[in-house]
Design a protein around this ligand. Structure first.
Ligand SMILES: C[S@@+](CC[C@H](N)C(=O)[O-])C[C@H]1O[C@@H](n2cnc3c(N)ncnc32)[C@H](O)[C@@H]1O
Length: 260
């Protein structure tokens, strides 16, 4: 990880040891290499191998309306406050291939907020960001997301939002008209905008306490007065250095509000 940092400036040094070890061992198998030193040698000599390793290290796994109760809580408890702002900025940190971004865009559209919202969707994996920009997802998976959408309080037919062709679903590009997909690392970069909502789900789980604190510090700095923070189902701000800087809005759905 030190070597990767020095060569490529991607900082994985403060990710949790156990899951990182699993991913490196999995990568060895996939890349057909006998040892970690062989992997290190290849990665440092060949940026294309690093690019492949990045796919294993970053876990680009996502789904639309993942944990529907989270999106339902956003709809019921956060949207009414967002409606009071003339313009809204949202940061989806660790957006992966875009499923969370499209879910939020659909929710905002149904609540009449999309036209005055800008979403910053950031990640460290350029391949994932490119997929997210395209807004094309496997049709089979999208059909599976329909139930999530309905449980998240969806108001229309989910198929209204995409066009199916062969085995792919292309989401309406209008949903992403004001989404900025950008490379940004919670490990090395700083805050770039003032936001009303930060949604960072299933990312902190891979970080050690120190890096979680860094990321939560960035979210705190980015959020406006009484702004909202949403985390993943297995994540929390309890025990963090920033615990006292947030109030729990929905502890069950991991939605917090910047303390006044
Ligand atoms: C499991 S996915 C979560 C995707 C989505 N947020 C969700 O909940 O479905 C984790 C994402 O975090 C991204 N990630 C990992 N380290 C990061 C970092 N230092 N800064 C920003 N994103 C990071 C990965 O590239 C990956 O896309």
């Amino acid at each position: 990880m030190e070597a990767i940092y020095l060569k490529y400036s991607h900082d994985f040094r403060d990710y949790t040891g156990a899951s990182q070890k699993r991913r490196v061992l999995y990568a060895l198998g996939q890349l057909d290499l006998p040892s970690i030193s062989a992997l290190q040698d290849k990665v440092l000599r060949d940026p294309a191998v690093f690019s492949r390793l990045l796919q294993f290290l970053t876990i680009p796994v996502s789904e639309m309306f993942r944990d529907p109760a989270y999106f339902l809580a956003l709809r019921r408890q956060v949207v009414p406050v967002l409606q009071t702002y003339p313009s809204i900025k949202i940061w989806v940190a660790g957006c992966s291939t875009g499923e969370e971004v499209f879910s939020l865009a659909i929710l905002l559209e149904e609540e009449g907020l999309l036209a005055r919202s800008r979403i910053y969707a950031t990640d460290i994996n350029p391949t994932s960001l490119e997929k997210a920009r395209q807004g094309i997802f496997p049709l089979e998976a999208v059909r599976g997301y329909t139930a999530n959408y309905q449980r998240a309080g969806g108001r229309r037919a989910f198929s209204d939002y995409y066009t199916a062709a062969y085995d792919a679903a292309r989401f309406d590009p209008a949903l992403c008209a004001d989404v900025i997909f950008a490379d940004h690392s919670l490990a090395t970069d700083s805050v770039f905008a003032e936001t009303q909502l930060v949604s960072c789900r299933n990312v902190l789980i891979y970080f050690n306490r120190q890096l979680q604190d860094r990321a939560l510090g960035l979210f705190h700095e980015s959020l406006c007065h009484r702004g909202f923070l949403g985390l993943g189902a297995k994540e929390s701000i309890d025990f963090s250095r920033h615990a006292a800087s947030f109030d729990a809005l929905s502890r069950a759905e991991r939605i917090y509000r910047k303390a006044s």
